[in-house]
Design a protein around this ligand. Structure first.
Ligand code: DGP
Length: 114
């Protein structure tokens, strides 16, 4: 999608701080980090929200999780623990409408989230 911030990162029009990339997935540091490690993992295919997942595209979410797992291991936070979350729509705080998996770690976190 031409108007999507994260699609512009996939195309190279905008260059984030990339930590991982393969043919299906791009991962980069969040511009406003909420933890010492805060990486966004996105499918290169535009999917606006998790409501738009279906049997044909859901495997991209699996790939995001596996990439995040590796990034967490590389960051040295796998054993201490980390959080992975996708926000959907306004009440959950989604602000960029291209699905993204937040990987957060490197500090203790509370539950439930705010
Ligand atoms: P969410 O609120 O779940 O939609 O998360 C969107 C995240 O995207 C938020 O944590 C901030 C991040 N973000 C927004 N604009 C940019 C940007 O231009 N570059 C990077 N690296 N991250 C961004």
């Amino acid at each position: 999608m031409t108007d999507c911030l994260f699609c512009k990162m996939v195309s190279g029009e905008i260059q984030p701080d990339v930590v991982y990339e393969d043919e299906d997935v791009l991962a980069f540091r969040d511009v406003n980090p909420q933890a010492p490690t805060h990486v966004l993992v996105i499918p290169k295919t535009h999917i606006a929200t998790t409501n738009d997942l279906d049997a044909d595209n859901v495997q991209l979410v699996s790939k995001c999780y596996l990439a995040a797992q590796q990034i967490a291991a590389d960051a040295g936070i796998a054993e201490r623990g980390y959080r992975m979350v996708m926000n959907c729509n306004p009440e959950a705080g989604q602000s960029v409408y291209h699905i993204h998996l937040h990987l957060l770690g490197g500090r203790p976190m509370s539950w439930p989230p705010g």
